[in-house]
Write a protein that binds this ligand. Structure first.
Ligand code: NDP
Length: 250
């Protein structure tokens, strides 16, 4: 697949899943704007085809300015990957309103602002792909994940509906729903999961591994392969839906 001449914007593109997707797109010729809150992290991975920009997805004005600058430098955004997210868990009785809003601001509002802004330039072109990184938690509930699961269910609803908004036009909107992927988010949350479940960190990691019927964490590159597939010109009929990628979890 040749993505030469295509400008992609990947939020959370400096680490984990976002970085794997950004690299896969760049390997196929795209010019990729990678964003996150920490320039030092983005600069470490920047290189041919990967262009760093600081952009906090909870900041609507920053998204407007940074996207405009990226469009100015690299042309209309034709691949938008709304990947930035935070994963923290609390059971319902420990979920404060502030905690709820923090998760929603990043995972749900951030996805909306990012996609809406990228779409402005995408609509001036005759081809576009919008990919949101949701989660298997967007397709089902799990203990201690009320806010996170609600935000990821919301992302799926958004993509399904945006696809309806543009039916018959050359743009697609889909979500990818991974199970546990071997990234910093999982390492950071192993201790929280162990505390919630009352088990050691090693046991918490085993629990995550065992949820996957292949008995392993998923590699970020596997998620990138799904994103790349959605960018294939022959994938236009995959629209308004989800790609579950969770080692057989349903
Ligand atoms: P990472 O922690 O490596 O990635 C999260 C990225 O989001 C970071 O690059 C981070 O950059 C960025 N980010 C977080 N908050 C903001 C913000 N307010 N503004 C801009 N960027 C932000 O973990 P993953 O790669 O695993 O996570 C990527 C996505 O995949 C998330 O949406 C997550 O929910 C989803 N996911 C992950 C799974 C897993 O098991 N790993 C499973 C299912 C879904 P910085 O901190 O520099 O801003």
């Amino acid at each position: 697949m040749d993505l030469k001449g295509k400008h992609a914007l990947v939020t959370g593109g400096g680490t984990g899943i976002g970085l794997a997707i950004a690299r896969a797109l760049a390997d196929h010729g795209a010019q990729v704007t990678i964003t996150g809150r920490r320039m030092e992290v983005l600069q470490e991975v920047a290189g041919p085809g990967l262009h760093p920009a600081v952009m906090d997805v909870t900041d609507e004005a920053a998204i407007r300015d940074v996207t405009a600058a990226a469009v100015e430098a690299r042309g209309p955004v034709q691949i938008c990957v709304a990947n930035a997210g935070i994963a923290e868990g609390r059971k319902l009785h420990k979920t404060s309103s502030d905690f709820w809003r923090k998760i929603m601001a990043t995972n749900l509002d951030g996805c909306f602002y990012t996609v809406r802004e990228s779409l402005q330039s995408m609509l001036t072109t005759d081809w576009g792909r919008v990919i949101a990184v949701s989660s298997i938690a967007g397709l089902r509930g799990s203990a201690g994940a009320g806010a996170y699961a609600a935000s990821k269910h919301g992302v799926i609803g958004m993509m399904r509906s945006f696809a309806e908004d543009f039916l018959g036009q050359p743009y697609t909107f889909n979500s990818i729903c991974p199970g546990y992927v071997d990234t910093p988010i999982v390492s950071r949350n192993t201790d929280a999961i162990s505390a919630r479940a009352g088990v050691s960190e090693a046991e918490a990691r085993d629990m995550m591994v065992n949820l996957n019927r292949h008995k392993r964490l998923i590699a970020p590159e596997e998620v990138a392969a799904a994103a790349l597939w959605l960018c294939n010109p022959l994938c236009e009929s995959v629209n308004g839906t989800e790609v579950p990628l969770a080692g057989g979890q349903v």
